[in-house]
Structures are given as C-alpha cells and as structure tokens.
Design a protein around this ligand. Sequence first.
Ligand SMILES: [Zn+2]
Length: 161
Amino acid sequence: MSIAIPTSNRQFYKILNDEDLLSQLLREQNLIQRHDQHKCHCGSLMTGGSRKKRLKGGTIKTYPTMRCVNRDCRNQINARKNTFFSYTDVLGRPNCKLDISTIFEMIWLWCQEIPASRIAALVQVSQPTVVDWLNFLREVCQEAFNDATQMGGVGKIVQID
Ligand SMILES: [Zn+2]
C-alpha cells in the first residue's frame, strides 16, 4: 500500500517519527533511490535495507540503503546518494551532516511559509544552514517551474509516457 502525501501536521509528524514510513514515502516519491530501479555494479539486483549508525551523543540514526542480493558481493549503497538529499553547498561541502528527517521537516515547515529563523529554532539547526537549504529549495522549484514552462506552459497538464 502506498503512503499518501501528508496534508496535515498530524499526518506529517506521524510519518516523520516512523523510520519505516518515512523511507517508504521517500522511495515512493523518488526522493531517494529505489532499489527496484537500480542494479549493483556486479549486475545483481538490489533490495531495500537500512543501516544503523551511532552518533557522538549516543543517539542511533537509521539510514535507508540499497543492498546487493548477491551474497558474494554484499555491496551496500546509501539510498540518498546522487539525489536531492546529497546536495552540496556553494563550497562543495556535502550537507549530509543533516539527516533526512531533519531536511524533510525543514521542507515541510518551509511549505507552511514559516520564516528561516523560526525553522532554525524548531529543527535545531543553525540559521545559516537553514538559509542555505531554503535557497537550494527555491532553486529546485525555479528549475521545475522553468521545465514546466518549456514543456507546454504552466497550468497545462503535461502528459509523460
Ligand atoms: Zn553486487
């Protein structure tokens, strides 16, 4: 069963606080790599998985991954590699220090038109980092808007086969 895109805070935070639901939603929306659309370099199929990592403070984070089904290979790739979530800043530094749920929450709050200073306080990330991400989000939206214009105009339905 697929997950509906949340339209209320309650739905959103239910998903955000459940690592399995969050991974599923991100996969379905093609925001992280889908194992069923990816092959390992060895030629084998990949399966969806997760990797746990202990952070300095002792908290354990779970990352969505893709794992090779070939037992001799066992290659594991971070599912956010080469996606929106692996965005690097202007200096080329990866912003991977933020976990996906933090980024996703920032996007949610940004969509509610909450100012950057308030987002920074709510997600407990420094304001420059939030501003950096919001600029990036605006660029992504602008590009999507430009693409839509080229593909037949904003407001028209574009059929993709
Ligand atoms: Zn492999």
